[in-house]
Design a protein around this ligand. Sequence first.
Ligand SMILES: Nc1ncnc2c1ncn2[C@@H]1O[C@H](COP(=O)(O)OP(=O)(O)OP(=O)(O)O)[C@@H](O)[C@H]1O
Ligand SMILES: [Mg+2]
Length: 267
Amino acid sequence: MADLGISEVRESSFPPVGTFVDSGRLKLVSIIGTGGYGVVYHAVDAHGLECRSYAVKCLIQADERSQSHTREIALHGLACSHPGIVTLHRVVEEDIYRYFIMEYAPDQDLFVQILHKCRYLGNDALVKDAFLQLLDAIEHCHSLGIYHRDLKPENVVCFEDGCRLALTDFGLATTQDTSGEFKTGSVYHMSPGMQYLNFLVRVLRQLQQNVREAMLPMKDFTPLSRAIYGLSELFFLISSLAVIHGSLLHATMRLSVLTAIVPSIFF
Ligand SMILES: Nc1ncnc2c1ncn2[C@@H]1O[C@H](COP(=O)(O)OP(=O)(O)OP(=O)(O)O)[C@@H](O)[C@H]1O
Ligand SMILES: [Mg+2]
């Protein structure tokens, strides 16, 4: 979920509660969740006698992420025949919006169930069952060559008071079995290695900027200072490449220490 400030700004550019969508078939009755790029509504069938509920995720079509929305629809649509994946009934485009019309999970998401309702606390059998359901759902995705990449309690929704779970939000899903992308998903749920990598990238960038600014006047001073400047640039280049590829962490650590030490010897 985005923080409150961003949510408020974003919600103001989305349809207000009470709007009819899907050619007037569905009425948006409340907001269930606000994500980084969209709003999810609880909607009811305006014409049906049963007043059936749906979850409707609304995204802006012209958004710069429009292409990734198309991928989200395709991958979610492919995976959702499994009971552990939220059913995506259809997608409609109206006005400037794209609406994902999905099955509605009445018992909120796993984050709320775990933290606010303490639903699983002390109930090992239920925890085991929940994990097995999630494993089944993920195994199904993998069997189709779909990798979710944003597994977190907020993207698992609950039915039957938290006894039945279903995975949703294929916004970061991919069909590539290897990926050179880093820093996808929420920082809170990244592995310690990935968090460390993020931290390292930030420290390196800051270090590069500081040292460059300090060394720039020395660039044309003496052959020695020119050599030091060139050397430090080389260190920056190698260490950045190592970080980008994420495969030479130890080398990067040593190089980042060196890039910090070398200039400080001379200044
Ligand atoms: N089918 C559903 N039934 C009930 N609630 C849902 C459903 N789908 C999503 N939600 C709620 O809406 C929230 C946001 O949905 P979703 O993760 O799909 O949006 P998002 O914009 O991609 O979010 P983020 O960018 O934060 O990952 C979920 O965390 C969940 O609480
Ligand atoms: Mg989400």
